[in-house]
Design a protein around this ligand. Structure first.
Ligand code: NAD
Length: 462
C-alpha cells in the first residue's frame, strides 16, 4: 500500500505523543506552562484516542475509576486545604460517587432506521479536543467526572481550572494521565497550564482546534463561553429552593433538607439554599429543624451581623463560602455548641441571605400563605436559572404544578438534594449540570456529535 502524506503525519503525531510520555517528569503528566502547547499535546493525544476501540477507552476509564477511589481522601484533603471550602468526609463521598456513577462508553447509543431504501444510523462521534473551565467548589470532582465523559466520547480535554484550586486540579489531571498510561493509552488525555488565568482561558476559547467548550461555574464564565463564538455547554449558578407543603412528612422533610443543605458545607450547586414552607406547617418545620437537626436559630440581630460579614459591601465574601455553620457563627462572635450544622431563621424572600446563592449552611425559611404562593415565591427565588429545585409533598398535583412552574434541570421530591446525583437516588452522577444551555446533567453523550451514516439500498435484512 502506498504511504500518503497524511499517513506520515499521523505516524509523526503518534511518535511525538509517545515521546511526551517518556519525557514527562513524574507527577507532571498533562501539565504545561503554555496554553498553546497544552492544546497541541491534547490534540496529538486525541489522534491516538480516535483510533482506539471502545474497549480500549473503557480500560482507561476503569483505571481512572480505580485511581479516583484510591486517591479520594488525598484529593478531598487537598481540596479543603487549598480552597478552605467544604469538608473532607463529604468530599471523599463525592469522589467515590464520580468513580462509581459517572457514565462511560455505555452512554453512547446508536439510533437506526432500516427499510426498503437501506440502513441509516446516527452515531455519536467525538468533537476532538474539548476546552473545559472548572470551579473551585468541586475542583477535582469536576475534572475527573468531565474527563471520564469526554474520553468515553472519544475526546481529549484542555482544562482551565479555577486558580484557587490549581494544586488539587493538577493532582487530578496528573492522575488521569497516569491512569491512561497504565491502561496502555496515551499521555495528555487531559491537560492544563500551571498558572491558569483569564488570558489562558481566552487563548483556549479562541483556539481553532477547540470546537466545544464546557463551562462549569457562575454566571460570568457561562456568559463568556456563550459569547466565544464556539459551541458552549453552560453549567451555571443556581439558588435551589426547597418547598414544603401541608401534605409532607414534615419531620422527614426537615431532616432531608438539613442533610442536603449541609453536604460539603452547601458547596454543591444543587444543594438546598432556602426553604419555602406553607404557613400551616412552618412552625412545625422550624421546631424539627432546631430540636432534631442541629440547627441554630439566628436572632434578628445575628442575621444582621451575618449579612454584614457574608455579604460585606453587597458582595459575597469568599472567606465565608463553603465554611461550616460553627465557623460562620464564630465570625459574628457566637460560640455555638459542637453539634450545630446549620443556621436557620425565618424571613421574607427578599432577605439578602435568602435571595443570594450563598454556598454555605445558612437556610432562610420563607412562609407562604398557601401552596400557590409557595410556588410563586420559589420561582422568584430560583431567579430563572432553571437549575435545581426541591419539594417535600405527598400531593401529586402540587408536585406537578411546581415542576411545571419552576422548570429546572433537577427537581428532587421527598429526599435530600444529593439524590439528584445518584447518591440515595436512582440515576448517574455528574458535577456539570448544564442548566443554562439545556443539556441538563451532562454525560458522555453530551460531549459527542450526532453523525448520520447512510447505506442506501443495502443492509436492510428484514
Ligand atoms: P466562578 O464563576 O468564580 O469560577 C468558575 C470558573 O470560571 C473558574 O475556573 C474561573 O476562573 C472561571 N471564570 C470566571 N469568570 C470567568 C470569565 N469571565 N472568563 C473566563 N473564565 C472565568 O465559580 P466558583 O466560585 O468556582 O463556583 C461556584 C459557582 O459555580 C456557583 O455559582 C455554582 O452554582 C456554580 N456551579 C455550577 C455547577 C453546575 O453544574 N451548574 C457546578 C458547580 C458550580
Amino acid at each position: 500500500m502506498p504511504i500518503s502524506e497524511s499517513m506520515v503525519q499521523d505516524i509523526v503525531q503518534e511518535v511525538m505523543a509517545k515521546m511526551q510520555i517518556a519525557d514527562a517528569p513524574a507527577g507532571k503528566h498533562g501539565i504545561f506552562t503554555d496554553m498553546n502547547e497544552a492544546i497541541e499535546a491534547a490534540k496529538a493525544s486525541q489522534k491516538i484516542v480516535r483510533k482506539m476501540s471502545l474497549d480500549q477507552r473503557e480500560k482507561i476509564i476503569t483505571c481512572i475509576r480505580r485511581k479516583t477511589k484510591e486517591n479520594a481522601e488525598i484529593l478531598a484533603r487537598m481540596g479543603v486545604d487549598e480552597t478552605g471550602m467544604g469538608n473532607v468526609g463529604d468530599k471523599i463521598l463525592k469522589h467515590h460517587l464520580v468513580a462509581d456513577k459517572t457514565p462511560g462508553t455505555e452512554d453512547l447509543s446508536t439510533t437506526a432506521w432500516s427499510g426498503d431504501r437501506g440502513l441509516t444510523l446516527i452515531e455519536m462521534g467525538p468533537f476532538g479536543v474539548i476546552g473545559a473551565i472548572t470551579p473551585c467548589t468541586n475542583p477535582s470532582e469536576t475534572i475527573l467526572c468531565n474527563t471520564i465523559g469526554m474520553l468515553a466520547g472519544g475526546n481529549t480535554v484542555v482544562f482551565n481550572p479555577h486558580p484557587a484550586a490549581i494544586k488539587t486540579s493538577i493532582y487530578a489531571i496528573n492522575l488521569l494521565n497516569e491512569a491512561s498510561l497504565e491502561a496502555g493509552g496515551p499521555d495528555n488525555i487531559a491537560v492544563t497550564v500551571e498558572k491558569p488565568t483569564l488570558e489562558t482561558s481566552n487563548i483556549m476559547m479562541k483556539h481553532k482546534d477547540i470546537p466545544l467548550i464546557a463551562a462549569t461555574g457562575g454566571p460570568g464564565v457561562v456568559t463568556a463561553v456563550l459569547s466565544s463564538g464556539k459551541r458552549g455547554i453552560g453549567a451555571g449558578a443556581g439558588n435551589p429552593p426547597a418547598v414544603v407543603d401541608e401534605t409532607a412528612d414534615v419531620r422527614k422533610a426537615a431532616q432531608d433538607i438539613v442533610n442536603g443543605c449541609t453536604f460539603d458545607n452547601n458547596l454543591p450547586c444543587i444543594a438546598e439554599k432556602e426553604i419555602v414552607a406553607v404557613a400551616s406547617i412552618t412552625d412545625e418545620l422550624m421546631h424539627y429543624l432546631v430540636s432534631e437537626n442541629d440547627c441554630y436559630l439566628a436572632s434578628k440581630e445575628e442575621q444582621d451581623k451575618l449579612t454584614a460579614v457574608v455579604l460585606a459591601g453587597g458582595k459575597l465574601n469568599r472567606k465565608c463560602v463553603g465554611r461550616d455553620a460553627r465557623t460562620l457563627l464564630s465570625m459574628i462572635g457566637v460560640n455555638a455548641p459542637a453539634n450545630i450544622r446549620c443556621i436557620v431563621f425565618e424571613g421574607p424572600k427578599e432577605h439578602p441571605l435568602i435571595a443570594t446563592e450563598l454556598m454555605m449552611p445558612i437556610l432562610g425559611v420563607v412562609r407562604a400563605k398557601d401552596f400557590d404562593d409557595a410556588v410563586e415565591q420559589a420561582v422568584w427565588l430560583e431567579h430563572g436559572n432553571r437549575h435545581s429545585a426541591h419539594i417535600h409533598s405527598k400531593n401529586i398535583d402540587n408536585i406537578t404544578k411546581y415542576a411545571k412552574a419552576i422548570d429546572t434541570a433537577i427537581l428532587v421530591k421527598n429526599a435530600p438534594s444529593y439524590a439528584a446525583l445518584g447518591f440515595g437516588g436512582e440515576g448517574y452522577c455528574t458535577f456539570t449540570i448544564a442548566s443554562r444551555t439545556g443539556e441538563g446533567l451532562t454525560s458522555a453523550s453530551t460531549f459527542t456529535k450526532r453523525r448520520r451514516c447512510v447505506m442506501a439500498d443495502s443492509l436492510c435484512i428484514r
